[in-house]
Design a protein around this ligand. Structure first.
Ligand code: APR
Length: 228
């Protein structure tokens, strides 16, 4: 059985990583346009770098939760039959042991040189303008996808949605495209579709089934039932 799982900020909420659009979410304290667009970075790079430096540093204070663990278990059993796509830029799927993770919005633990295009794993800060390991220019930015930029590996994702027997969305509000449209694509090509979210998302009506509750409970229960 071919399965595509899409995760969003809700899967990391119980680990202590703030979501974006909930009451205590990241966007409550920041305007999206001030920190998550190329224009914001051009206008005030130090503000944007400080925002991402703080979030990168905070990764060391959080751990995967049972939802990440369950998806790692699923990945070990299904192997290539599972494509785990995340909108999250944290590393909690990897730390839970998921064998492969497609970060369609990039990763906090990676940097990208705007001078030479070099991409590099990065655990430290970027606001202090460290030199690019490739060309030496002090031109590294977070390797994350901002509003107005194209998500990574869309070809691979669409191919998997076309082939999928089952599409499952976990902890995402369905507010941001193209990820919000994956359910309709998968369904149009014949997949069964299931949503696991704390509350109905903006796209709930597109799913065959929507279950409400915390990911830390819903995801392990769903994985257990799938694996029998
Ligand atoms: N378990 C399950 N779902 C939860 C939990 C939980 N414990 N806590 C919150 N949620 C749900 C919320 O109800 C909400 O529907 O997770 C969803 C989080 O939505 P958003 O904050 O909008 O996060 P996400 O959908 O991942 O955002 C998409 O938007 O800002 C951009 O690039 C950013 O990747 C991000 C994208």
């Amino acid at each position: 059985m071919k399965v595509v799982v899409l995760t969003g900020a809700g899967i990391s909420a119980e680990s202590g990583v703030p979501t974006f659009r909930d009451a205590d979410g990241l966007w409550e304290g920041h305007r999206v346009e001030d920190v998550a667009t190329p224009e914001a970075f051009d206008a005030a790079p130090s503000v944007v770098q400080a925002f991402y430096d703080a979030r990168r540093a905070a990764l060391t204070t959080v751990d995967p939760n049972p939802a990440h663990d369950a998806l790692a278990r699923l990945g070990e059993v299904l192997g290539d039959e599972l494509l785990l796509v995340t909108q999250n830029i944290d590393d909690l799927h990897e730390r839970a042991g998921s064998p492969t993770v497609l970060h369609m919005h990039g990763e906090l633990l990676a940097a990208w040189c705007t001078a030479c295009g070099h991409r590099v794993r990065w655990a430290g800060t970027l606001g202090d303008q460290p030199p690019c390991p490739g060309c030496g220019a002090p031109a590294l930015r977070p390797d994350v996808v901002w509003f107005g930029e194209v998500p990574y590996e869309m070809d691979r994702i669409v191919d998997a949605l076309v082939d999928a027997d089952l599409f499952v969305s976990v902890g995402t509000s369905g507010a941001v495209y193209p990820a919000a449209g994956f359910v309709q694509q998968a369904r149009a090509y014949g997949a069964r579709t299931l949503e696991l979210n704390l509350q109905p998302s903006e796209g709930s009506r597109w799913f065959h089934e929507s279950r409400q509750g915390p990911a830390g409970l819903l995801v392990p229960a769903w994985v257990d039932s799938l694996l029998g």
